[in-house]
Design a protein around this ligand. Structure first.
Ligand code: NAD
Length: 518
């Protein structure tokens, strides 16, 4: 399907001094509003509640990013009523108008890019380059889905009429109220993508962001309002997943659930959504994007320096907290020792520290729970294999974990199978390319995968046999671009909904066929 062409947002070149200055100005803007209190937004109204939580800077947990009012079930119900009411009119609006809201939002994002980048650095611990890519991706989603809805409307023109007999139309109509439940690791890109796809398709939403990044989520809602979105289309209800999240998943009036997060929560949402509640007159649709245990396969005879570079970038970008991060390196025995040496050398060179400093390529992990979980996995890795780089962690001021490489693992090791979601790379040696593919496919996930090989035969074999939603040949396995590499995984990585691809919006709609007898 052709999409109206668009140019993806350019990443900022921080080698340019002027851009570094702009980032520092962005930090100054954010510093001025640190510690502010944020309400819920239901039907356009700011609502305060009895429960407030604080959002902290994971690199310096004495710094409070903001205080956020938390929704209870009462407010979630009010949000549902507002979303239902607004759906009756929003569903009938001209798709061009909805697209224009997204296009205007994209331009506001561009104007406020450095401030948003800085907020991602402070609330999510993203180094400059990673924060910049997150905001750029959000802009791309807005531009892409705006164009995509216009493209889909053209289907209306494709009338399947039988001459002089009948007039047939086929069109997509919105679903209803959606529960949008988002993660913290791409707190602006994924949240913007999931929300904007739902609303541009004519739905109204209940937006429940991750508890770690609620200020960023609020900024998104603020921008959408400035872009002209009517009240009640997005209802912002931050709150506890197990309370508010659960309530909106189970609600009989929820028509669809769009979720990105862990496998465990994804499975529980899928199960709950399948249960038809009293008064419910449809089967809920679930779009679920979940975890991964992504591998890069390194074949015999490749440039080991290049391979090490790609692995290290994919493993430790944003502290390994990308669902696409390379978490396993599966290496041919003939190059294993040489490649491990290079991986160790490059890993040890990574500067880690407060991401407010441009030179720090790696910042903290997101919170105490992540810090504890990852350090526990490092301890498991010490028993299962050999720590050859990193292995140190400290949470004196923020949640810092050195990039860690574990060598000589069996493919059955827990650290080779379970999602760690942190800066930990597990490595194993294989006898052949066939064995590498077998091991790569041996987890329950199937999100991203990389293959570095100079053999055309092996690359072709990978295309046929490596069972992942996003495969990357001769490059790192992270960094999907909206519109170019539609993103989503197989098996326990989710429903393969392919965000940023031509089929995504349709998941938020239903096809209607109308035939008129002439
Ligand atoms: P998470 O599952 O802990 O939380 C995700 C969201 O679900 C949050 O908003 C949370 O509050 C909410 N939630 C928690 N319990 C709930 C419940 N019982 N009912 C309803 N909602 C509930 O995940 P996370 O830690 O925010 O994100 C990290 C995970 O997300 C990793 O596993 C990562 O691989 C995955 N992820 C996947 C993709 C993808 O595209 N496949 C992208 C990004 C992240």
């Amino acid at each position: 399907m052709a999409i109206y062409s668009y140019k993806t947002e350019e990443l900022t070149n921080f080698k340019c001094e002027e851009n570094r200055k702009k980032y520092l100005e962005g930090i100054n803007i954010v510093k001025k509003y640190l510690g502010r209190t944020y309400p819920l937004i239901i039907d356009g109204k700011e609502i305060e509640t009895k429960k407030i939580v604080k959002s902290i800077n994971p690199a310096n947990f004495n710094e409070i990013v903001g205080y956020i009012h938390q929704a209870s079930i009462d407010e979630a119900e009010k949000a549902m009523q507002a979303a239902l009411e607004r759906f009756s009119t929003w569903r009938l609006t001209d798709p061009q108008m909805r697209a224009d809201v997204l296009f205007k939002a994209a331009s506001i994002f561009r104007r406020r890019k450095f401030e948003l980048n800085a907020l991602l650095t402070i609330e999510a611990g993203k180094p400059w380059v990673e924060a910049d890519a997150d905001v750029a991706e959000a802009i791309d989603f807005l531009e892409y889905y705006g164009r995509q809805i216009l493209e889909l409307q053209k289907i209306d023109d494709k009338i399947l009429s039988r001459d002089k007999m009948e007039r047939n139309e086929y069109r997509y109509i919105p679903l209803g109220v959606g529960a949008i439940i988002t993660p913290w690791n791409f707190p602006i890109a994924i949240l913007t993508g999931m929300s904007s796809a739902a609303i541009v398709s004519g739905n109204t939403i209940l937006l429940k962001p991750s508890s770690n990044t609620q200020v960023i989520a609020y900024k998104f809602v603020e921008i959408m309002k400035e872009a002209g979105l009517p009240d009640g289309v997005i209802n912002y209800i931050p709150g506890k997943g197990s309370e508010v999240g659960d309530y909106i998943v189970n609600h009989p009036k929820t028509r669809f659930i769009s979720f990105t997060g862990s496998k465990e929560v994804g499975i529980s949402i899928y199960e709950k959504a399948a249960k038809v509640q009293k008064g419910q007159i449809w089967l809920k649709r679930v779009i679920a994007e979940m975890g991964g245990k992504d591998a890069m396969i390194i074949d015999d005879g490749v440039d080991v320096d290049f391979a090490a570079e790609e692995i290290v970038k994919a493993a430790f970008g944003f502290s390994g907290q990308k669902c696409s991060a390379c978490s396993r390196a599966i290496i041919h025995k003939n190059i294993y020792d040489e490649l491990m040496e290079k991986i160790i050398e490059k890993t040890e060179k990574i500067d880690m520290g407060d991401p407010l400093e441009y030179n720090n390529q790696m910042g903290p992990v997101i919170d105490k729970a992540a810090f504890d979980k990852i350090s526990e996995y490092i301890n498991i890795g010490k028993k299962e294999g050999k720590i050859v780089a990193g292995g140190q962690f400290d949470d004196i001021r923020g949640y810092f974990i050195r990039p860690t490489v574990i060598a000589d693992l069996s493919f059955k090791a827990r650290v080779m199978n379970e999602e760690i979601f942190g800066p930990v790379l597990s490595c194993c040696k294989v006898e052949s390319f066939d064995e590498a593919i077998k091991i790569a496919n041996s987890t329950e996930y199937g999100l991203t995968g990389g293959v570095i090989s100079s053999s055309r035969i092996n690359l072709e074999k990978a295309k046929k046999e490596f069972h992942v939603g996003n495969m990357y040949l001769n490059r790192k396995c992270t960094g999907a671009i909206v519109g170019y590499q539609p993103f989503g995984g197989f098996n326990m990585s989710g429903t393969d909904s392919k965000a940023g691809g031509p089929d995504y919006l349709v998941l938020h709609m239903q096809g209607q066929s109308i035939s008129e007898n002439f």
